[in-house]
Design a protein around this ligand. Structure first.
Ligand code: ZN
Length: 278
């Protein structure tokens, strides 16, 4: 296992950790000041200044882009609206490829509007993914399926386990991989096995935060690493045993706690915890 305690070489920060609405320029310079070499921006931040300016900004500060959030959600407008959603996904691929991201993060999307059929939602996600793949392959941009915790199955993501994501990768072949996010997957009895099954080639991103007890908000109450119950080192051990050598991306949605603090404090704490408990 890599020794993270010595430096921040493999550390990346998903910009949602610092509140999504912060302008990219502000976040990039804060990361550089904190000695953090990786960033995981959201599409909105790139769109706000344009790809060219984003490339220059990120390049000027020497940052690596560990992934772009977020695309997928092929179920959002039902089967009839798939083309619309696909068009937006193709733009997301172009944005991610344009700024040299390691991958584009895709989530499932919830049930289709008015539907109770989760199997149908999952089938439509698979269709959307297959339809997007040629564009992503042509752009040499890996698509990373991020399974989300089952509590989001209805409204956000019908892809809930790494096994499902691996099955999709098996079906589609080259150009598709997975995100292992400890928050979404820590509870899964099949996690170790599925991480090994994914292997180095498929694991495109590794996301860090912690599961608080109690959790007071399903979406916006993620914990700082070390403040919750996830065995972070154990999961990182599995990911690295599978051959993953990429960045560890901190992704904390925390409306009432970390989003209330200064960027400097959040980054300083992220670095400390990354070095000590991850
Ligand atoms: Zn994540």
């Amino acid at each position: 296992m890599r020794d993270l305690s010595r430096d921040t070489r493999f550390l990346s920060i998903n910009t949602a950790t610092l509140r999504r609405e912060r302008p990219l320029a502000e976040v990039v310079s804060a990361l550089a000041r904190a000695g953090i070499p990786g960033i995981g921006p959201w599409r909105e931040q790139i769109q706000a200044i344009g790809i060219k300016a984003a490339v220059k900004l990120i390049g000027d500060h020497g940052l690596a882009v560990s992934g772009i959030s977020r695309a997928g959600v092929f179920t959002a407008k039902g089967r009839a609206g798939l083309q619309d959603v696909l068009d937006d996904n193709r733009r997301a691929v172009d944005e991610a490829a344009g700024i040299g991201a390691r991958c584009l993060v895709l989530i499932g999307g919830g049930l289709m509007p008015g539907s109770r059929d989760i199997a149908d939602a999952r089938a439509l996600f698979a269709e959307g993914l297959a339809a997007l793949l040629p564009h992503a392959r042509a752009a040499h941009l890996p698509l990373a399926i991020e399974p989300l915790h089952p509590m989001y199955a209805a409204d956000r993501a019908c892809i809930n386990t790494l096994a499902q994501a691996n099955d999709l990768c098996d079906a589609l072949g080259e150009g598709v991989g997975v995100v292992v996010d400890v928050y979404h997957t820590w509870w899964d009895p099949g996690l170790e096995h599925e991480i090994a099954r994914a292997g180095a080639r498929r694991i495109l991103a590794f996301h860090l935060s912690d599961w608080l007890v109690p959790t007071t908000d399903l979406l916006l109450d993620r914990g700082m690493m070390g403040d919750g119950v996830i065995d972070l080192k154990r999961i990182r051990g599995w990911v690295e045993a599978a051959g993953f050598e990429g960045m560890c991306e901190v992704e904390i949605f925390s409306q009432r706690d970390w989003w209330q603090r200064s960027m400097e404090e959040v980054l300083r704490t992220s670095v400390e915890r990354y070095k000590s408990v991850c």
